[in-house]
Design a protein around this ligand. Structure first.
Ligand SMILES: [Zn+2]
Length: 326
C-alpha cells in the first residue's frame, strides 16, 4: 500500500478496513508507561486518513509569493503556508533544534542529512520526495503552528511542538509496518512508527509536500502521541480497533485529536495565513480540511463531533497573526 499505487487514497469499506488491521499487540498499559518501556496499541488503517484528497497541481500558482524568508527568520509563524512549504527544512533557523528535539530514524537507524532542493514544489520531482523529508517538514510546521498563541490546545497548556516533544523522542520510519502506530522505545526514547510511503507520479510534489498531506501527518502524530496517555481503541463502529468511545473535546481520544486538528486548520485556530491568500486557494484549503475532518465522526461509538462545512475564514483573519505579539 503506497502513495504511488494510489492505494493510500482509496476509499475503503468497513469490511476492507477490518482486513487491514495491524497485527501489533499491546505489550504495556499506559499506567505502566515510561520513556524506557514500549507501549504499542493496535491500530486500524483508519489512522492514515487522507483518502478523499485528490491530487492536483493547484499550489503551483502560489509558488513563492510572497517571499517567506522574513517570517521564517523572525520565527514568527507561518504567513503563507504554500510558500512556507517550499522552503527546505535545513534552510530554516529552527532546523538544528528540531533535529535535536526529535530523532528521525528509518528502520531504527538514525537519519543523517536529508536531501532537499528549494523551492520544493518546482525544484524537486515527486520521485525525489522521501519519508525523511516529509517527517522533517511536518515537524517544522508543527514548530511554528501555535507558537505565537500558546494555550489554544484543549489537551495541553503547551504548544503543539512542546507537547509532542514531551510525548515522544522521535519518529521511526518503518518499511515493514502495515500501519503507523505508537510506540516503541529505541535507545531510551519513545518513537512513533510511521508506515513508509512510496512517492512518485502521478502525485505532484505540491500535493505530497503541500498542506493537505502535511496536515494529515500532523493529525497522525497527534493521534499516535496521544496514545502515550493511553486511549486504546474499541471496535464499536464496526472497524476492529478503528473506533473511539466518544468525542469529548475536554478529553480528546486519538481519533478525536485528528478531527480536532483538521477543524483547527479550518477555523483558523491553527493560523497558517490562509485568509490572506486568494479566494480560490481559500476555498481549496477549506474543502480539504473539511473533507479530512469529516472522515472521523463515524468512528465514534457515541457523541460524535459534527460534520464541518468548508467555510472560508473571514477576511479579518488576514493579518491577525501579525497583531498577536512580537
Ligand atoms: Zn490509535
Amino acid at each position: 500500500m503506497n502513495v504511488a499505487s494510489g492505494g493510500f487514497f482509496r476509499a475503503r469499506g468497513i469490511g476492507t478496513l477490518a482486513l487491514l488491521l495491524t497485527v501489533v499487540l499491546p505489550v504495556q498499559t499506559h499506567a505502566q508507561s515510561s520513556e524506557t518501556t514500549a507501549i504499542v496499541y493496535p491500530e486500524a488503517s483508519t489512522i492514515d486518513h487522507l483518502p478523499t484528497l485528490a491530487p492536483t497541481t493547484r499550489f503551483v500558482d502560489h509558488a513563492l509569493s510572497p517571499p517567506p524568508t522574513a517570517s521564517i527568520q523572525a520565527g514568527r509563524g507561518i504567513f503563507n503556508i504554500d510558500a512556507f512549504l517550499q522552503i527546505c527544512p535545513q534552510d530554516d533557523l529552527t532546523y538544528v533544534a528540531i533535529r535535536t528535539d526529535f530523532t528521525i530514524r528509518r528502520n531504527g537507524t538514525i537519519v543523517d542529512a536529508i536531501p532537499c532542493k528549494a523551492p520544493i514544489f518546482t525544484a524537486m520531482g515527486s520521485a525525489d520526495i522521501t519519508d525523511e523529508l516529509l517527517v522533517a517538514q511536518t515537524l517544522r510546521v508543527i514548530y511554528y503552528l501555535d507558537r505565537d498563541h500558546p494555550g489554544s490546545l484543549p489537551w495541553t497548556p503547551n504548544t503543539f511542538y512542546d507537547w509532542l516533544k514531551g510525548q515522544i523522542g522521535g519518529i521511526n520510519i518503518d518499511d515493514t509496518a502495515t500501519t503507523s502506530f505508537c510506540c516503541t522505545v529505541i535507545g531510551g526514547r519513545r518513537y512513533i512508527h510511521t508506515r513508509a510511503q512510496t512517492f512518485g507520479p502521478p502525485f505532484p510534489v505540491s500535493f505530497l509536500m503541500g498542506i493537505p498531506f502535511i496536515s494529515g501527518r500532523i493529525a497522525l502524530y497527534g493521534h499516535e502521541a496521544r496514545h502515550v496517555d493511553g486511549f486504546p481503541h474499541s471496535s464499536c463502529c464496526g472497524v476492529t480497533n478503528g473506533c473511539d468511545g466518544k468525542y469529548d473535546v475536554t478529553n480528546l481520544s486519538p481519533y478525536g485529536m485528528q478531527y480536532w486538528i483538521f477543524a483547527a486548520f479550518l477555523d483558523g485556530t491553527f493560523d497558517v495565513g490562509i485568509a490572506c491568500l486568494d479566494s480560490k486557494r481559500q476555498d481549496e484549503f477549506a474543502g480539504d480540511m473539511a473533507r479530512a475532518a469529516n472522515l472521523y465522526p463515524s468512528l465514534f461509538c457515541s457523541s460524535p463531533p459534527p460534520a464541518l462545512l468548508p467555510v472560508r475564514l473571514p477576511p479579518t483573519q488576514c493579518g491577525r497573526r501579525r497583531a498577536v505579539r512580537h
